[in-house]
Every structure is written in structure tokens, then in C-alpha cells.
Design a protein around this ligand. Structure first.
Ligand code: SF4
Length: 449
């Protein structure tokens, strides 16, 4: 960790000297990283995340005064420590997980993975997408039309409208036109942005709804893998991706490494269902239980869906609900994966075709690694309580973290700093769990050992 180069102020500089720390390049003594880390750990354990509030507490809170041996850095020093030592702070969080592992607290090898949207500093009105700009432009055009109609009325019958109102209307039209030209410039920036979004206050924050309407959270997607036995957070990550579809493999592999387990069972919700991700996790030794999303149009419209077709692996063909055989026809590549297509020649004359397809033939698609998905489904069928275990394990963690973080979740801007902030939250969460499990005295002993 980097030493702060800011001067420990007033009499605290003298106390600091007693700790025998090095000099900064300017000749002024630097705060030891341990002192600043203690302030942050204390702060996050007690729901004081702001550097300004930590400065205040370091001067008046007897626990913090004792903890820092009367050193009271100013808020800038405290904030700079978090800003400049992101990687080291994340490492402290990982080290704490390793301590839990040494105490054999992850022995069941089952984790629940989930994601939740946390608000960024960025106000949603300072986040722009193409859709939002279109809606706003339309509103402004309607406003202008309304003002022009009122001006027309004033022209037709000047006695009915006061001259001061006419002046106000003209002024409003000018302001609206100015807003429209700013929005037009913003639309160009949005178009040039790789993911079609621009956030002004925190450039990494994203509107966390797929429709990107003006009502969604602007923030980050926080991922956690929580141990099912003691509800400790094994791994966490912060991304600005809107959905969870690409997170399963990364999170489960990180959790497996943190647990130091030969194998791991990962439970996740439908949002994580993605063939390549499930396969990647399986190849890494993770047993996944993820339900398939219910997105079949056929089922919604009362027709057979893929579950009604039985695959015959020996002959590489499907048996359809009418008992006909759908044979392999060709292989195609869609969205980066290879799919085999099957259909039966009997479809045009099938008596139950109205319950199956609206096309001439009912086509069935099969991914080249479909057996991975079949194994996931078989495991889910054998463990119907998986969803309950997942919810009981992980949802409390997000509830607690959001409660601690208050109405504005993150205080810092940009992805690296937000990640550091989340590591401090997770460290505090795990510490509190450990205090609950072992007691504070025992925890201090095992940390010191
Ligand atoms: S329409 Fe074709 S696939 Fe569907 S049940 Fe009839 S024969 Fe089978």
C-alpha cells in the first residue's frame, strides 16, 4: 500500500513519529497504511463510508481515537488512500476470505451466485441513451408547439394576451431550442459510445434496465458468490453490464479458487442461464444448478415446446409428440455457437400440427454441447429445493449491503474506485459474519495467529 504524503496535522504528527514510519519525498512524515486501513475498516463496520465523516469521527469518536493512537488524518488523506490503494484493499478482502477458509468455514462446497443493481453517484437525468433522448426531444417539440400556438393566439387577438406574457413565451421558446441543440449534440456522443450510453457524472455508470427508460437505476451490477453454510461472501465483482448472462463462469471459478475446493456446486437464477457460460463452469470443475428461462413463445401460445421432443442420442434424432422422427438436417452457426437443425418430413400431414407449429415444418435446434444443458436440468430435477437454498443464501447479503450503504449506494466514481468501495463493504460484511460466528475475541486471536 502507498503511504500518504499528506502531513499528519497538529499534535498527531508527534504521535506518528513514535510509530517510526518513513518520510515522504517532501520530508513530511506519511501516515502508515495500517492506520488508514483501520479507519476504513472501522468506518465500513459502522456504516461510515464518507471520508469527510471519517475525518470528523477520527477527531471525536473515542473508539477511533484509540484505534489510530490519536492520529486524525484529514478527509483528503483518507479519500486518497482509498483512491490510490484499490488493488491492495481488494487483496485485504481476499486475504480475509483465505482466513475463513483456513478455519474450514466453507466445507460444504456450495455457493449461491447472484447480482444486484447498486446506484452510482450519477443521477439518472445525467445518463443518456438513444431512447431517452428521443423521448425528451419529443417532449420539447410538444412544448414548442404549445408555445407557438399561444403566440399565434396573441397575434390574432393582441388584447387577450399581455405583452409581458408574449415576451415570456419567446424567452421559453429560446430556452427550449437551446436544450434541443444540446440534446442533438448529446445524441451524437451516444451514437459514438460503444454501448449506446453516456453518463455525465460517472462515465462508467450505466442505466441498469434493458429498455433504458428514464426510470431505471443508473449504477453498477454487483455480483457475489456466497457460501451456503455460513453465508460468507467468497467472491465478488462489480461490472457495468446490464444483465448477468456473462457472469456465471467468472464468478463460480473465482468462488472455487477462494474456497480452495476440488469441486464446487454453484446455484444461480435464470438470468445466468447461458450455454457457453455453463460449459465453461463445468470444464473448470463447477457443478451448476441454473434453471432455464421460460422464454418459449410456443409454450406461451399453447403449443408444444422443446421439452416435448425427446432426443435419441444413439441415432442423433428427435421423437416428436406425434411419435414421428425428426432427423438431423444441417448445422448452422448462430450468435457464435453451432446449432444442429432437425425436422420430420411428416409435419405437413400431421393431425396435431396446430398444437406444434405455424410453419410448414417444426424445426428443432440443438447446440453442439447440449448435453451440458441436459446435465444441468437433470441436477435441478434431482434437487428441487435449489431455488430456495439460493434465495436463503444470497438475498440477505444484498439486503444487508444496501441497507448499510443507504439511499446513495456508491460514493465514488468510475469502475476501479467503485470496485474498491465494494471490497471494503464485503470485507466489513465478512468480518461481521465472523464476529457472529466466532466472537470478536476469537476473531482477533485468529487474525493475530
Ligand atoms: S407438426 Fe411435425 S414435429 Fe409437430 S407433432 Fe406433428 S409431425 Fe411432430
Amino acid at each position: 500500500m502507498r503511504h500518504s504524503t499528506r502531513t499528519p496535522h497538529r499534535t498527531r504528527a508527534k504521535n506518528y513519529g513514535k510509530q517510526g514510519q518513513g518520510q515522504a519525498a517532501t520530508g513530511r512524515p506519511a501516515y502508515h497504511p495500517a492506520t488508514l486501513l483501520k479507519i476504513y475498516v472501522y468506518g465500513y463496520l459502522n456504516r461510515i463510508q464518507s471520508s469527510r465523516r471519517l475525518e470528523t469521527e477520527a477527531n471525536r469518536n473515542i473508539e477511533l481515537i484509540w484505534l489510530t493512537s490519536r492520529l486524525a488524518p484529514d478527509f483528503k488523506t483518507i479519500a486518497d488512500f482509498r483512491k490510490d490503494n484499490g488493488e491492495a484493499i481488494r487483496k485485504v478482502c481476499r486475504e480475509f476470505v483465505l482466513l475463513c477458509r483456513r478455519l474450514d468455514l466453507f466445507s460444504e462446497g456450495v455457493v449461491a451466485i447472484d447480482g444486484s443493481k447498486f446506484k452510482a453517484v450519477n443521477n439518472r437525468h445525467k445518463n443518456f441513451t438513444e431512447h431517452k433522448i428521443q423521448v425528451r426531444m419529443q417532449q420539447l417539440e410538444e412544448n414548442i408547439a404549445q408555445y407557438l400556438a399561444e403566440l399565434d393566439r396573441a397575434d390574432r387577438d393582441p388584447a387577450m394576451v399581455l405583452p409581458s406574457k408574449v415576451a415570456r413565451l419567446k424567452e421559453r421558446i429560446g430556452r427550449v431550442k437551446e436544450q434541443m441543440s444540446k440534446l442533438a449534440a448529446m445524441a451524437e456522443q451516444v451514437k459514438a459510445s460503444p454501448d449506446g450510453q453516456v453518463s455525465l457524472t460517472d462515465p462508467d455508470a450505466r442505466a441498469m434496465t434493458s429498455t433504458a427508460r428514464s426510470t431505471g437505476t443508473v449504477g453498477y451490477n454487483v455480483q457475489v458468490a456466497v457460501d451456503a453454510k455460513n453465508h460468507l461472501v467468497l467472491a465478488h465483482e462489480v461490472t457495468n453490464q446490464i444483465n448477468d448472462r456473462d457472469q456465471l463462469a467468472g464468478m463460480s471459478i473465482s468462488a472455487k479458487a477462494a474456497a480452495g475446493a476440488e469441486s464446487l456446486t454453484a446455484l444461480a437464477d435464470r438470468g445466468y442461464y447461458d450455454g457457453p457460460q455453463l460449459r465453461q463452469a463445468e470444464l473448470a470443475g463447477v457443478t451448476t444448478l441454473v434453471p432455464k428461462p421460460l422464454t418459449s413463445n410456443s409454450r406461451a401460445e399453447g403449443r408444444f415446446d422443446k421439452r416435448d421432443f425427446v432426443y435419441d442420442a444413439a441415432n442423433d434424432q428427435y421423437r416428436c409428440p406425434a411419435g414421428q422422427i425428426a432427423i438431423h438436417r444441417f448445422v448452422t452457426k448462430e450468435r457464435g455457437i453451432y446449432l444442429s437443425k432437425y425436422w420430420s418430413s411428416s409435419c405437413p400431414t400431421c393431425p396435431i400440427k396446430h398444437r406444434c407449429t405455424t410453419s410448414e415444418y417444426r424445426r428443432i435446434s440443438r447446440w453442439e454441447h447440449e448435453t451440458v444443458l441436459e446435465r444441468v436440468q437433470a441436477r435441478l430435477d434431482a434437487m428441487p429445493e435449489a431455488a430456495k437454498v439460493r434465495m436463503q443464501t444470497v438475498e440477505h447479503v444484498f439486503g444487508t449491503l444496501k441497507f448499510w450503504m443507504g439511499s446513495c449506494h456508491f460514493l465514488t466514481k468510475t469502475l476501479p474506485k467503485v470496485r474498491t468501495e465494494m471490497s471494503l463493504q464485503v470485507l466489513a460484511y465478512n468480518m461481521k459474519r465472523m464476529i457472529k460466528l466466532l466472537g470478536a475475541r476469537k476473531l482477533i486471536q485468529v487474525i493475530a495467529a
